[in-house]
Design a protein around this ligand. Structure first.
Ligand SMILES: [Zn+2]
Length: 343
């Protein structure tokens, strides 16, 4: 039998499912505020996986992914522990903003410190009470405001365990992504805990395909880690690994008409869209400088010179990636496991 898990001041016994509120800085009205945590803890030993969302307060797809996951999973259905934190940045979530009230990016504030800035204190709390209790992790994100991302995994491919988790996640695309200073992923990796970052959809919106792909992916990873007692039918795919990605930027300021959808295959020299003045008189074509698949794009047609328009991932076998992306979106919309957990 496993030992109790201590999170904050709560003792979680094996075989139970417990909600915990970890206190964070109060609002200046003196209202109490907390980071919500839900733990599902099996009597059977196994890995301890954290799944976190809304480190960027306006990225809400992950909140819904965790809600659906908790409907499917119970202590007797898993091995080990699932520690979910649907809203890490409570302050940002309340104000529907990416950042904390001190305008810091929580995902650049790790590992944090007990007596530092507000961002540093929240990062520290998350590291102490969640990450340090876990053996694996998945952090859920969406694109930043006014942009949208194709469901994909960002991972440092040099980390073999994280790479295996990324392959198991079954997103159509895996992007090799070097670590960023102060990010959760960097800190977790330094603690030798394999972790994935999942990206899909846009800020302040629910994107059904990205949500389903996220639920499917987490269940697939848990199965890969031996955490699911009775296998669940998950959608399998062959993820394509991109070594790099690059932003195509606006050559001039103006009003942008996009011609490429998320997941489109683009060849070097293809026209991606047109930027014009409000009268449509001066029209400038946006030409792709490279071949790739669109994994991210802007959603706002008002652009300044240099603005990021399309994020393109580059692959060796580009044609098959395009087919996989289309097949993936069709199949996910039909799988009953996701339809049963919508309410
Ligand atoms: Zn994010």
């Amino acid at each position: 039998m496993e030992k109790p898990l201590i999170i904050g001041e709560t003792k979680v016994l094996p075989g139970s499912s417990v909600s915990i509120a970890l206190p964070v800085a109060k609002l200046y009205t003196h209202s109490e505020l907390s980071m919500p945590v839900k733990v599902i803890y099996s009597k059977e030993p196994g890995p301890r996986l954290f799944v976190s969302a809304a480190i960027h307060g306006d990225e809400i797809n992950g909140v819904e992914i965790i809600r659906r996951l908790l409907k499917i999973l119970k202590p007797q259905k898993i091995r080990g522990a699932l520690i979910t934190v649907p809203v890490v940045n409570t302050h940002g979530f309340l104000s529907k903003r990416r950042y904390l009230p001190d305008r810091r990016d929580l995902n650049r504030s790790f590992p944090g410190s007990e007596k530092g800035s507000m961002a540093a204190r929240i990062a520290y709390l998350f590291m102490q009470e969640v990450v340090s209790k876990c053996t694996h992790g998945i952090d859920l994100h969406t694109a930043a405001i006014h942009r949208i991302n194709l469901p994909h995994i960002r991972v440092c491919l040099k980390d073999k365990k994280a790479r295996a988790m990324a392959m198991a996640f079954n997103a159509p695309v895996i992007l090799n992504s070097d670590l960023r200073d102060g990010s959760l992923r960097q800190e977790v990796l330094e603690k030798k805990i394999p972790m994935l970052l999942y990206e899909g959809g846009e800020a302040l919106r629910f994107n059904e395909i990205a949500i389903r792909a996220g639920v499917n992916g987490i269940l697939s990873v848990m199965q890969h880690l031996g955490m699911i007692v009775k296998n669940i039918k998950v959608k399998k795919s062959t993820p394509y690994v991109a070594q790099s990605s690059q932003w195509v930027r606006a050559p001039e300021s103006g009003i942008f008409r996009s011609r490429k959808k998320l997941g489109s295959r683009v060849k070097k020299g293809d026209s991606l869209g047109v930027i014009s003045d409000p009268f449509g008189k001066n029209e400038i074509k946006v030409i792709s400088p490279l071949e790739g698949i669109v994994v991210g794009k802007t959603q706002i047609p008002l652009v300044d010179e240099g603005e990021a328009l399309y994020n393109m991932a580059t692959f060796k076998k580009i044609k098959s990636v395009e087919e996989e992306v289309i097949g993936f979106q069709n199949e996910l919309s039909l799988n009953p496991i996701y339809l049963n957990n919508l309410d």
